[in-house]
Structures are given as C-alpha cells and as structure tokens.
Design a protein around this ligand. Structure first.
Ligand code: 4AD
Ligand code: MG
Length: 464
C-alpha cells in the first residue's frame, strides 16, 4: 500500500525504501536522451523540491509526462530511493504519474526565471508558488505560532478585540470609516451628515489598535493579549507601511515600564530562536539570496542585551553625531525613521529600546512621569526596519488621564468605560504593540513590507 506523504518527509533519508504518493506542482521537467524524464515537484511543505524519475515505459509518458511544464499539478506514486545526484538525499522512482491540471507554457506567468518582486505583487494569486513567497509564508506561520506559544506559556489570555470601533486609540485620525449610509444621499442634520442614522448610531471605524479593549481584560484578569488585524488610513507609500496589518498587543496589570521592556525583549528573542530552529532551510535561503546578514543578526540578538536609553539621551547622540539628516532633530520633535535607523544600525548596531518620550508627541493614554514633561513610552527599534514595537505604561490616575484627554481635545465622556477602569480598582499597567509584518520583514530581510503579507493593502491597491 502506498501512503501519501509530504515532499518534506520524502526528502529525508529515512524515507528510502517507502512506497509513497506525493502531490504538488511541477517546478521543472528535464528529459533524458535515454527515454526518461526528471520532474521536480514542490508541495509547500518545505523549501526544497523532490525529483521524480518517470520512465518512458509509463503509459502516459508521451501523451502527458513529456508535456509537463512549470505549474502543472500532479500526483506521483513511486518508490523513494537514495539519490545519486548532488544536493538531495532522496528521489522517487515513479510508477504512476497522474496529471490533474496543465499550465500553458505560453501564458503561465511563472516560468523558470527570476521575476521581480514588483511583478510578483501583480500576480499575488500565484506568488505563493515561488521559492521566496513559500519561504515567507512558512516563516510568517512559524512566527505566529511562536508568539501564541510564548504568551500561552507565560499565562496570558488570548482575547478578541473588536475590528469595528468608535474610538481612535492612537488619536492620529488615520481611521477608515465604516458606514451603511448611502454616500450619494446621506441623511443630514443641520447641514452635516447625520450619523445617528447610521448602522451603529454614531460614526464608526476600523480599529487602529486593540489596546483599549485589551486593557479592559488586563484590568480584571491580569495578563491578556490580542492578535488581530488593524487598519490605518495613512497615505504613506513606504516600504514599512500597510493600510491593513496584524498587530500583537499584550497588556499586563501590575506591571511598570521596565517590566514591559523586559517582556518585549524576551518575546522577540523567543521568536528568533524558534524561527532559526524550525525554519532552517527557509532562513538559509533568505541569508543566501535576500540579505547576507540575516542569520548572523538573529544569532547575535538572541545572545546580547537590547540597548535601553531615554529619548533625551538619543536626541543628544543624534545632535552630536555629525550625520546629515533630512529632518532636523531637537528635543520635543518626533523621531523620523532615518533617526531611528541611525541609532540602531550605525550607533549601537543592535536593537535599541528608547523610553520616556515627550508627552506632547505621544497619545493620551501614556503615563505622565514626575517631570510632567515626559511619558512612560517605549519603542523597540531594530536595524533596517526601525520601529517594530511601540508601547507604554498606561496612565492609571483618573484625574491625570482626564486632564491629558482634554489637552488633546478628546471628550472624556466618549471614553467613559475606559475611565471607569481608573475609577474602580485601578492598577498600574503596561503593554505594547508589535507589528507582525515589520517583524517578519526584519527576520527575513525582505526589503518591502508588501512582500511579507499575503495580500497587501496600500493606497490604491486592494486587488485579490
Ligand atoms: O506604535 P503603534 O502605533 O502603537 C499602538 O498602536 C499601541 N496602541 C500599541 C499598544 O501599546 N498596545 O503601533 C504598534 C506597532 C508599530 O511599532 C509597528 O510595528 C506597527 O505597529 N505598525 C505598522 N505596521 C505596518 N504598517 C503600518 N502602517 C503600521 N503602523 C504601526
Ligand atoms: Mg509607534
């Protein structure tokens, strides 16, 4: 009896001698003069392909096998044996090749040649069949699994926060509005659109962050985390911004900013360790073809401590660096990506955690420090990507929080439930947000964030 196994299993030396069934897509076919063909297939289970040898004696050899081309889907039955070829331990001597679907050589876009990542973005429905995107998909999957395991083992509760919300957590006004009103003929009240007539009786939006609701669970159940899609309508066409991305947001009661930084550092190191251990072939590919420093960087980070310093210290370093920046730096201005990258790539050459930022450039919920000029914020910066984590200790004092909201022109009444957490049994608490795509970008060395999410959403792009 032949048994269905994956290409990953068939590639291992232990598979030799087994009669198996393999199913996947043809990557290449080569014909030998001695009337047999080599067919390489991939099924997504691992980076590598398996080579099948199809003999001219097979009944569909001339009619089907000799016409196989990249992209055709096949089932191959046969015996796994030791391969005399280089770079592979095993191969399969086919006893039957069933062709499920052909792929016209004239029109199938993925012929055996290098395609640019820009081109592959235009065929996002086919790019999972390429080496690079298969590897990205497996690494992304491994990262997600590792993150869940890390939090589960650490006693965090996974909570599902809403995708539709009425509050702008970051206060940056970069939200996508959700409405069922007819935009051509919206009901009006005093010359303005009457959102009281909308589906939720108020203006509502896609969330930019699950933090506020994660705080609800932390301030009652201790430690919680969210892992979901978040949306930002910022019109920035950069290699690090998406309009739809995934964020992991842990939130901890009875935790201060130092505990928060410790968690972020521990979590990142755990993820890097898991990826190196569980996706060695994929990471080796990124190291060889995408960015030669990937493996060395990850190893180095796992072993070293993140550099922690205050925003004020960072501004001093930047001002005396002698480096020409496009945007000037001065205490009180938000750091630009060029500044963040200078610190982590050139100055410290390791991940950096900046903390204690000016209150004027940070959202209302961050805890005001005793100096009354800074808040307990922290950003984790890594080489090439810049900021991958943003977090803070939260303001747990009702009066201070209300004052901060008014300063930022927010109506405390709109956040009555958030304020209740401070009114009843308030606790010091902290949390952060990790951008999944920026993390995958950093791990793989992929230059553009659009190539580490299956279906990127950016200004002007919502195909697939
Ligand atoms: O720094 P941000 O805006 O923080 C928050 O949203 C907090 N509410 C998180 C919290 O404390 N629970 O975003 C967090 C992270 C960033 O560091 C970045 O990695 C990622 O989310 N991010 C983006 N990733 C891709 N595209 C975008 N447009 C992103 N904006 C933020
Ligand atoms: Mg941020």
């Amino acid at each position: 009896m032949s048994e269905k196994i994956t290409v990953a299993e068939a590639r291992r030396p232990e598979a030799v001698g087994r009669v198996v069934v393999l199913q996947g897509w043809v990557r290449t076919r080569r014909d030998s003069k001695a009337s047999f063909s080599f067919i390489e297939i991939n099924d997504g289970s691992c980076f590598g392909n398996i080579q099948a040898i199809a003999d001219g004696e097979l009944e569909n050899y001339e009619s089907q096998i000799k016409r196989l081309s990249p992209g055709c889907s096949v089932t191959i039955e046969g015996l796994v044996r030791e391969s005399p070829g280089k770079g592979q331990a095993t191969e399969v001597q086919a006893t039957r090749v069933t062709v499920h679907g052909t792929a016209d050589v004239e029109t199938y876009p993925l012929q055996k040649k290098r395609h640019s990542f820009e081109f592959l973005r235009s065929i996002a429905h086919l790019r999972p069949r390429t080496n690079t995107f298969g590897a990205v998909a497996r690494v992304r999957n491994c990262v997600c699994n590792s993150i869940h395991q890390f939090f589960q083992e650490d006693g965090f509760l996974y909570v599902h926060t809403p995708v539709i919300t009425a509050s702008d957590c970051e206060g940056a006004g970069e939200m996508f509005q959700v409405t069922t009103l007819n935009l051509e003929d919206a009901p009006k009240q005093g010359g303005k659109v009457d959102f009281a007539a909308d589906f939720f009786d108020r203006p509502s939006f896609l969330t930019v962050s699950g933090q506020l609701e994660a705080e609800i669970f932390a301030c009652g159940l201790g430690k919680a985390y969210t892992f979901g899609p978040t949306f930002r309508a910022e019109n920035s066409n950069t290699a690090r911004h998406l309009a739809e991305f995934w964020m992991i947001e842990p939130e901890m009661a009875f935790c201060d900013l130092v505990g928060n930084m410790d968690l972020a550092e521990r979590m990142l190191k755990r993820v890097f360790t898991d990826v190196l251990e569980k996706c060695p072939e994929d990471i080796e590919f990124f190291n060889l073809r995408i960015d030669k420093t990937v493996v060395e960087t990850l190893r180095h980070i796992i072993e070293s401590e993140f550099r922690r310093l205050t925003y004020t210290e960072a501004v001093e370093i930047l001002k005396t660096s002698g480096e020409k920046f496009e945007f000037p730096v001065d205490w009180g201005t938000d750091l630009q990506s060029e500044h963040e990258r200078y610190l982590t790539e050139k100055h410290f050459k390791c991940p950096v955690i900046l903390h204690d930022y000016p209150s004027s450039i940070k959202p209302f919920y961050m805890r005001l420090s005793d100096d009354e000029k800074t808040v307990g914020a922290m950003d984790v910066l890594v080489p090439k990507v810049g900021e991958i984590i943003g977090g803070s200790q939260r303001e747990e004092r009702l009066d201070v929080l209300e004052a901060r909201m008014k300063e930022q022109d927010l109506e405390p009444e709109d956040y009555w439930w958030y304020l209740d957490l401070r009114r009843y049994g308030t606790v010091p608490h902290s949390g952060f947000g990790l951008g999944l795509e920026r993390l995958v970008q950093f791990i793989t060395g992929m230059a553009n964030i659009r190539d580490v999410i299956p279906f990127p959403r950016t200004p002007g792009n919502a195909e697939f």
